[in-house]
Design a protein around this ligand. Structure first.
Ligand SMILES: Cc1cc2nc3c(=O)[nH]c(=O)nc-3n(C[C@H](O)[C@H](O)[C@H](O)COP(=O)(O)OP(=O)(O)OC[C@H]3O[C@@H](n4cnc5c(N)ncnc54)[C@H](O)[C@@H]3O)c2cc1C
Length: 473
């Protein structure tokens, strides 16, 4: 008979859940993971990974169109939307299969179905309509000393602006369009909205982004927002900020959107498709939380620094446990959670040190406090900047549009935040993340040797600039 009793059962196999299960297995726990539809969760199947695959196709298309700038020629440059989507789906499948392999390698039981917690220590798994992977356990009752909720999030649906699967898309449909829209309205300018805007614009769609807040990319530093906006507008993306889509009238194969411009005016706009990218909400319903009395707040589960809920034996990690709703935050919480259960006293997560990346053109990346936030917290700040036009590698790459900005505490020299826009900054930001984790000061950064020629030299130059010692500009 199949085993039904475990030390730890994780509900949901996204980056939070599956990483948590692996770390738990490493620590010697007997572990199972429950999943109802796709191993790897949103991240691997409908989020981080497939979007990056789409954006890579768009990026290469862009370079091919600009081959002449590099002394090259490319005739008949075009794209096959089906093949672009197919490649992205293939990448997602490869990674999802990889999670199945990792579960097997780490001797983690996969239970296929939808989990409901009956009581601390007990859960029921209902059969899933989606075909189970080979070797998975099925529906039934299971026991676990510790139950970790990692059920993720889903698209937020604003009344009247909900996705309909055909004309008004959420990220699910935007990820695998049946055809390329000629015109597109993106509601919301967070990372998801901006990445899709960038993808569709690069492939030729007429794209408009509407954002209710005064600036796009609302969590980023004001200078980065302004810089990014200028770059997007140069590419032909139309951006309306402080504006609100109030109505969507659906026609046979188009949508007429009514937009309140925030200045007392209203306009309408007819587009082929709309992407509703107004955020995500935690999957807290239908898993038994209400009955158990697990505390939730504004659609997410309330946890402490070690991912414990108010009910002993029940934990939560990842998107369902609140912002920032990012894969690396989910993974890190998964590790902290089981190390806490093991009694290893892990460091609670410092949310200030979680980097955020948007993989548009130019890329955006940041960690720590924005200049405005640092000032709001009463820091006396010292700010440095360096533009990519002063960087040899950026010019050699043909990527001279970018900026690196750093914010220091004038009193202690502590690096409080770093903000970047430009080529490959999503790879570069980790340098600042490590520095901040090590509580680096300006002195140490200025003594660090950066390789030449690299885009990373903009990071050192920005630090030098903060202290009046910038060299190459
Ligand atoms: C378009 C898009 C792009 C993104 N890009 C990035 C990015 O570049 N970088 C980044 O860091 N983040 C990105 N994100 C966010 C990222 O995908 C999430 O932060 C991440 O997936 C959260 O992981 P998770 O483990 O908490 O949950 P999820 O990945 O959502 O996984 C939850 C899993 O739980 C399962 N589940 C739910 N309820 C039950 C139940 N009752 N029983 C069994 N199984 C259940 C679901 O089927 C799902 O597989 C993106 C998101 C989207 C939508």
């Amino acid at each position: 008979m199949a085993d039904t009793s475990f030390d730890i059962v994780v509900i949901g196999s996204g980056p939070g859940g599956y990483v948590c299960a692996i770390r738990a297995a490493q620590l010697g726990f007997k572990v199972a993971i429950v999943e109802k539809q796709y191993l790897g969760g949103i991240c691997l199947n409908w989020g981080c990974i497939p979007t990056k695959a789409l954006l890579r196709s768009a990026e290469i298309f862009h370079y091919m169109e600009h081959a002449k700038d590099y002394g090259l020629s490319a005739q008949g440059v075009g794209f096959d939307p089906k093949a672009v989507v197919q490649r992205s789906r293939g990448v997602a499948k490869r990674l999802s299969d990889g999670v199945a392999f990792l579960m097997k390698k780490n001797r983690i039981a996969v239970i296929w179905g939808e989990a409901v917690i009956d009581a601390p220590g007990r859960l029921t798994v209902k059969a899933s309509k989606v075909e189970a992977p080979k070797g998975a356990l099925g529906a039934g009752s299971y026991q676990a000393k510790h139950i970790i909720v990692a059920t993720g999030a889903r698209p937020r649906a604003l009344p009247g602006l909900e996705g309909d699967g055909k004309l008004v898309w959420t990220y699910f449909e935007a990820m695998k369009p049946d055809k390329m829209p000629k015109s597109l309205l993106v509601i919301g300018s967070g990372a998801i909205g901006i990445e899709f805007a960038s993808f569709y614009r690069t492939l030729g769609a007429d794209v408009t982004v509407v954002e209710v807040l005064p600036q796009i990319l609302p969590v980023e530093d004001a200078e980065i927002q302004t810089f990014a906006r200028k770059q997007f507008e140069k590419q032909g993306i139309k951006i309306l900020t402080g504006a609100k889509v109030t109505k969507l009238d659906k026609k046979a194969d188009s949508v007429v959107a009514t937009i309140d411009d925030g200045k007392g005016g209203t306009k309408t706009m007819e587009v082929d498709r709309v992407i509703s990218a107004v955020g995500v909400v935690g999957n807290i319903e239908g898993i038994g939380l209400e009955k158990l009395g697990v505390k939730t707040d504004r659609g997410t589960i309330v946890i402490d620094g070690l991912c414990r809920t108010n009910v002993p034996g029940i934990y939560a990690i990842g998107d369902v446990a609140g912002p920032p709703m990012l894969a690396h935050k989910a993974e890190h919480e998964g590790v902290i959670c089981v190390e806490g259960i093991k009694g290893l006293n892990p460091h609670p997560l410092d949310k200030r040190l979680i980097p955020g990346c948007t993989y548009c053109q130019p890329q955006i990346a940041s960690v720590g406090l924005t200049e405005a936030k640092a000032k709001e917290l009463k820091y006396d700040v010292r700010v440095g900047r360096f533009p990519f036009i002063g960087n040899g590698k950026a010019i050699a790459l043909g990527e001279d549009q970018g900026i690196t900005k750093v914010v220091f505490d004038r009193k202690t020299g502590q690096l409080l935040g770093a903000h970047m826009a430009g080529a490959e900054v999503t790879e570069l930001i980790q340098g600042f993340v490590v520095a901040m984790n090590l509580e680096t000061t300006e002195e140490e950064l200025m003594h660090t040797v950066f390789p030449h020629p690299t885009l990373s030299e903009t990071m050192k130059e920005a630090v030098l600039d903060a202290y009046g010692r910038v060299l190459n500009i």
